[in-house]
Design a protein around this ligand. Structure first.
Ligand SMILES: Nc1ncnc2c1ncn2[C@@H]1O[C@H](COP(=O)(O)OP(=O)(O)OP(=O)(O)O)[C@@H](O)[C@H]1O
Length: 255
């Protein structure tokens, strides 16, 4: 980023804490992710990465601290409200609608934008309604193409192996141009080709990305900045090359 160019913050977490009974899953966690950047969150099992994603997406209310999305304080805003602000997420275990086809999984993401005319529009099969449906379908098919899923459009999501289900989940998450995308262990269960495709798809998006990943090679290649968590606290933040050399990170995580 050249000097004088204004950068805006997409996600800002300040002093966040989460307690589960006696367990401090997060403690005093702070960081800010600039718009359009890709940040990786790494750390050993139980470091608090998924809990942090739950806090950012509104699935869990922190016991301390604040969360800002595009500058607005959303600490008290639920997951649906944050979703309306353009935040999307994929999960450690891919969440797809197993009884829907791959195409319908993606269409569900576009459905809520409204089709014009409501129920009456459906009953009367208004031309505006049909045009809108066609537009959505084309858009969904384009996303499937981009994710290498075009030939599977008619397959039921439940019948797909995990790598494909991950791609379906990604396709659904990016279908309506989110502003912030959180990916929880996106390459888990993917083979090398699928991981490369995944990296290619997300590199082509105009979106702020936060990703949790155990595949250190993938993280180092994909992310512009890394935040390292250990026992619920941020122990380092920096560019991948700096993190690789950080002695504290090496002893806690990289070995
Ligand atoms: N619902 C819960 N109830 C009680 N403790 C929990 C709950 N969820 C997480 N924890 C605890 O909080 C800590 C952080 O867990 P979290 O799943 O966020 O870590 P993580 O970094 O995502 O781990 P992993 O890499 O294994 O997915 C752990 O000690 C975990 O056991």
């Amino acid at each position: 980023m050249s000097e004088g160019v204004m950068t805006r913050t997409a996600v800002e977490v300040a002093g966040v804490g989460v307690n589960f009974g006696g367990v401090r899953a997060l403690n005093g966690v702070s960081f800010a992710v600039e718009e359009g950047r890709t940040y990786g969150f790494i750390g050993p099992n139980g470091a608090g990465k998924t809990t942090l994603f739950d806090v950012v997406t509104g699935l869990r209310r922190p016991t301390a601290g604040t969360v800002r999305l595009h500058g607005a304080d959303v600490t008290a805003t639920g997951a649906l409200g944050r979703s309306r602000m353009g935040i999307r997420r994929t999960f450690q275990r891919p969440q797809v609608f197993g009884r829907l086809t791959v195409l319908d999984n993606v269409l569900t993401a576009l459905e809520w934008h409204g089709g014009g005319g409501g129920l009456l529009g459906d009953l009367l099969a208004l031309p505006s309604r049909r045009a809108r449906e066609r537009e959505r379908r084309e858009r969904a098919l384009a996303v499937l193409e981009r994710c290498g899923l075009a030939s599977l459009a008619g397959a039921y999501a439940a019948d797909l192996p995990i790598g494909r289900r991950r791609m379906v989940e990604l396709a659904r998450a990016i279908a309506d141009d989110p502003s912030v995308l959180l990916l929880d262990e996106p390459t888990s269960g993917l083979d090398a080709d699928q991981s490369a495709r995944f990296a290619e798809v997300i590199a082509g998006l105009d979106v702020t990305i936060l990703l949790v990943e155990h595949d250190v090679g993938f993280v180092m290649d994909t992310c512009e900045r890394l935040v390292v968590l250990n026992l619920g606290e941020v122990i380092a933040e920096g560019a991948p090359a700096e993190i690789r050399e950080d002695p504290v990170v090496r002893s806690a995580y990289l070995g």
